[in-house]
Ligand binder design. Structure first.
Ligand code: SF4
Length: 358
């Protein structure tokens, strides 16, 4: 670890420094440590301003795997830093505040998923990237909000699918792929083969978006394109002109003059700053992820000076989680059940190949 001579003691000490000084200190330390700062779309604007890359969680983790930096500072929530570590095991991954967790990811634990798997032997387990490394390690394949339908469509129609942890994303994928949909624990009878069995979790930011707010936004902007994230409720998605992941929302903002965005407002603030002449509005001004905003510029400066908090993963969990992500990243070959050889290697804790994207 590099010793920083003018490091201050706690994030509170850094919070007393002017914003420009913090930003300057961050840039200097980043160079000294050969570090790269990854900022999620939902981060505070001042963190986005000092980030080397901005994007969604998987895009950033792939960026992390490509970079030759020694240190990755992930300004996002815990599962995102885990994903970066899964894909970049040789790099040091730091988080400015370990309390930046994701309530949706925390809906399901590895133990709870193992119990559900025991209830549905033979089911294919699909883990949304917004899940913990332990949950990814228990899954067959991962998915993002952008490719969930593509992932589901590679799975044979008669195979039951356990999709965790977001019930809204699972319902959206079921509707798009024409599969029956039930929520685990609320089956009320026999589950048809090929069904999507969803975990009863949700993102409070997107699940809280309601029709009244959409009606109000449309009243103010009647010509605006309505774009809604698939973590939202079905009745809201039914009103969308486009259902899109955050990454695609950036393209939509580039191509349209007036848009209502049903998602966390951090990305809308960023897009407004980038396209000041366009009318880009959040569906709800209250759509704020408090967990994402736990990270501050002061904590980021402290994190670089003290090279903390380092994210550490159990290697067995990391390896199995990597396999789930790798199957998704190699999607053009389609989902395939592990071969006997692959299963034996996994069982023994050995990996057949490295991650194709790393
Ligand atoms: S916006 Fe939702 S899914 Fe994203 S970190 Fe916050 S709670 Fe989790």
């Amino acid at each position: 670890m590099i010793q920083i001579s003018d490091a201050l003691k706690s994030p509170l000490d850094y919070a007393r420094l002017p914003r420009e000084e913090l930003a300057e200190r961050i840039r200097r330390r980043k160079t000294e440590l050969n570090a790269v700062i990854l900022g999620h779309n939902y981060q505070r604007v001042e963190i986005q301003e000092v980030s080397d890359y901005l994007g969604d969680s998987l895009g950033l983790s792939q960026e992390a795997a490509r970079t030759d930096a020694d240190v990755i500072v992930f300004c996002g929530v815990h599962f995102m830093a885990e994903t970066a570590k899964i894909l970049s095991p040789g790099k040091t991954v730091l988080m400015p505040d370990l309390r930046a967790g994701c309530p949706m990811a925390d809906f399901v634990t590895g133990d709870a998923l193992r119990r559900l798997k025991a209830q549905y032997p033979g089911a294919v387990v699909v883990a949304y990237v917004n899940s913990t490394a332990e949950v990814k390690a228990e899954s067959d394949i991962s998915c993002t909000s952008a490719n969930v339908v593509q992932v589901i469509d590679t799975i044979p129609a008669d195979r039951t699918i356990l999709l965790v942890p977001d019930r809204n994303l699972a319902r959206y994928a079921a509707e798009r792929s024409g599969r029956p949909y039930v929520i685990a624990g609320r089956e009320g009878g026999e589950v048809k083969p090929g069904s999507i069995v969803a975990w009863d979790g949700y993102c409070y930011v997107h699940d809280d978006l309601v029709l009244d707010e959409l009606a109000e936004a449309k009243r103010k902007h009647p010509r605006a394109l309505v774009v809604i994230h698939p973590e939202s409720r079905a009745e809201l998605l039914a009103q969308a002109d486009v259902v899109a992941s955050t990454a695609r929302m950036v393209d939509i903002a580039e191509q349209n003059e007036e848009v209502i965005f049903g998602t966390e407002r951090g990305i809308v603030d960023r897009l407004k700053a980038r396209f000041p002449d366009k009318t880009l509005v959040p569906l709800s001004g209250a759509a704020i992820c408090g967990n994402m905003k736990v990270n501050t510029l002061a904590k980021l400066a402290w994190c670089l000076d003290h090279q903390q908090h380092e994210l550490v993963l159990d290697e067995d969990v990391r390896t199995r989680a990597e396999l789930s992500l790798r199957r998704m990243l190699e999607l053009n070959q389609g989902w395939a059940a592990p071969t006997a050889e692959e299963a034996a290697l996994e069982e023994a804790g050995l990996r057949k190949t490295g991650c194709g994207c790393a």
